[in-house]
Design a protein around this ligand. Sequence first.
Ligand code: ADP
Ligand code: ZN
Length: 437
Amino acid sequence: METRYRIWNPAMECMDRPRLAELQAERLRATAEHVYNRVEPLRQRMDSAGVRPDHIKRVADIRHLPFMEKTDLRDFYPFGLFAVPMDQIVRLHATSGTTGKPTVTGYTGQDLDHWTEMMARTVTAGGAGAGDIIQIAYGYGMFTGGLGVHQGATRVGAAVAPTSSGNTERQIMFMRDFGTTMLACTPSYALHIGETIRELGIPLSELKLKYGIFGAEPWTAQMRVEIEKLLGVRAIDIYGMAEICGPGVATECYAQDGMHIAEDHVIPEIIDQVTGEPLPYGQAGELVLTAITKRGMPMIRYRTHDIATLNPEPCVCGRTHMRITRLTGRTDDMLIIRGVNVFPSQIEAVLVGIHGVAPHYMLVVGREGALDTLEVQVEVTEAMFSDEVRRLEALEREISAKILSVVGVSARVRLVGPRQIGRSEGKAQRVRDNRKP
Ligand code: ADP
Ligand code: ZN
């Protein structure tokens, strides 16, 4: 294997499955005990479910434990679910608040150390190490993206350029002047940076970019191809959320075929969203995560509302940790249009790759009488925009037909000129639902 694709911690990341299962069971039991003794609301729940920490003997016993929901974090905002006194908390972060009021999370020194370790694995899986220059264009602050990557990149010994998000031309100036080799940001911002590089007429040969670690929002395989082309990087998908630690929960390897979950720190389950019952491998359902080393604010069977599939097959990279497939989106993002379930990522998959179309779009949902309406606003390229009206109309029809056949919903397509759709420096907003009050 090429050295640039090293594994940060082979002892953990490539541990044989039976030993890993023992480790998980032990850590799960300790976590249940910690929670039972220290977090009153969760103890009450365990009591009413009739489960005590010493009932947890194997990983499969996890299903006796009650679920946690995002609403729990809101109900006990800000510190009601902390399991240690404040003098042991060394960091506070919050979710981005994409789906409502942000929720808070607290880390002990050891939690922070574990998270840093997980992120060191992510940075290494993405290809970088000592000698690389990593530009971190995720937002710094309460959002976990910036500082999360920062800690991991520092631990592997890379040189960190903490540019944070925004000020795109300045990002590109540093990228060129420093010879940045790895870019870390959201995929939508990566796309924006890539397009700006092209618009500025900077040839990729003047940059030293090789690797990209992109996540924090859904993106499609098609979008990956686009970003890799624009930036000249190998782009991998990274996943996580503030409630568990931040990024680092799961990371793709160079095989680009699913994200390995850091199973020595997090136990994944896939459940049926409606019944809460576990689903077999390979079946898509809601991802539920249990943090088994976290002590500041433990999370047990946290319902992420993210839809994924678990893949237990061995991976060519040698890691033994299970993989989750690319995330199609969160259940909260799912639109129901005239009874059809639609994820923005499905529309994205249709759009990217159509000639004359730029990968920028906005879904506007409305209602006419009793019927839902979907308008898909799509940007066209400069060349296409200055073309004849006849050709634009044909393009609209082509896109509309593709959406109908792939997604199963009829949509009105409205082509807009270059730069008409807002660019994102963090998580992209791709839906405007006017049906909501
Ligand atoms: P918020 O829920 O407010 O956005 P976070 O910033 O913690 O808070 O974001 C976590 C969420 O971001 C995840 O639950 C998931 O929906 C989304 N996310 C993170 N990484 C990815 C990824 N690689 N692919 C798809 N979605 C992702
Ligand atoms: Zn792998």
